[in-house]
Each structure stands twice: as structure tokens, then as C-alpha cells.
Design a protein. Structure first.
Length: 160
């Protein structure tokens, strides 16, 4: 399980940073332009991924967090949160992954889950919203949309 979770965490960071690097090149007018999706703009979608990773990091570490993760709405400012979640996962061993964590969701409901399930959910949640970023980017007529499928990541590391 350890290899799988670490691989998935590497993938999640790789995919998130592909969007950070691509969207950093866009002006604020594009990042904040209305685009259909769960969130109204590219910036709002990417910062939602950031906020969720921040919240799951807090749940995994037992550290109280805030939503949003930061008042910084810059695209570059998301990277530190993505890196911190990744670093936490990469520091886990099998025992840590199997440890049952107790936490409250944003509505205050209590939950108990093994850490590995929480991690898998968080990375999968990012995948869902990166798919929405692609749709939003296409609706805005943007080019150079990053491939971010798991297989694209796996092929990239196979090439060395």
C-alpha cells in the first residue's frame, strides 16, 4: 500500500503543479473571467483544490485549519499548500497510513477513517476539479491545456 499511496501523492502534486505553471501565465482578467463549472472561475477552482488539500492536511495532522487556506488568491500561492500535503503523505509509513483518524467535516459532523482513505479521497477530489479546470480553460479559448491523467504521469516518469 505504501508504494501505491506515495505514487498517487506524487501524481497529485505533479498534476496540480502542471495547472499552477500553466495558469501563472494568464492575466487576472482571464483567471477571474466567468467560466462554467462547480466554481465560477479558473482561480476559484484552483484555490478550491488548495483549500481542500489544506483542510485534509489539517485533519491528517490534527492541526486546526481555516477555510479558505489563505487570503492569498494568487496562483503561485497555491503551490506551498500542494507541496505541504504531498510532503505529509510522503512522510507516512504503513503504520501511519493505517492509523484511524477522527475529524469533523466542514458542517461539524464527526468522522473516523484510516489515513490512507483520507489521502485517496483528497487526491481524487483534486482530479475531479482539475477536469473542471480543463473544461473551463476550453470554454475560455485557452491553448496549451495540461494533460493530467494518471497515465500521462506514469508515462512521464517511465521516460525518466
Amino acid at each position: 500500500m505504501l508504494d501505491l499511496i506515495h505514487h498517487y501523492a506524487d501524481y497529485g502534486l505533479w498534476a496540480n503543479l502542471r495547472f499552477v505553471r500553466r495558469l501563472e501565465r494568464e492575466p487576472d482578467e482571464t483567471l477571474d473571467a466567468p467560466a462554467p463549472g462547480s466554481f465560477p472561475t479558473l482561480r476559484a477552482t484552483l484555490t478550491h483544490i488548495r483549500d481542500a488539500e489544506h483542510t485534509w492536511w489539517g485533519r491528517l495532522t490534527g492541526t486546526p485549519t481555516t477555510w479558505p487556506a489563505s487570503s492569498d488568491r494568487s496562483i503561485a500561492g497555491t503551490e506551498e499548500h500542494f507541496q505541504r500535503f504531498h510532503d505529509l503523505v510522503m512522510g507516512c509509513d504503513e503504520v501511519a497510513l493505517r492509523m484511524v483518524k477522527e475529524y469533523h467535516d466542514l458542517r461539524g459532523n464527526a468522522h473516523r477513517q484510516p489515513a490512507w482513505q483520507m489521502i485517496m479521497h483528497c487526491i481524487n477530489h483534486g482530479t475531479q476539479h482539475r477536469g473542471q479546470l480543463i473544461t473551463q480553460m476550453r470554454s475560455l479559448g485557452l491553448a496549451e491545456i495540461p494533460a493530467n491523467d494518471l497515465v500521462a504521469y506514469q508515462r512521464s516518469i517511465a521516460k525518466g
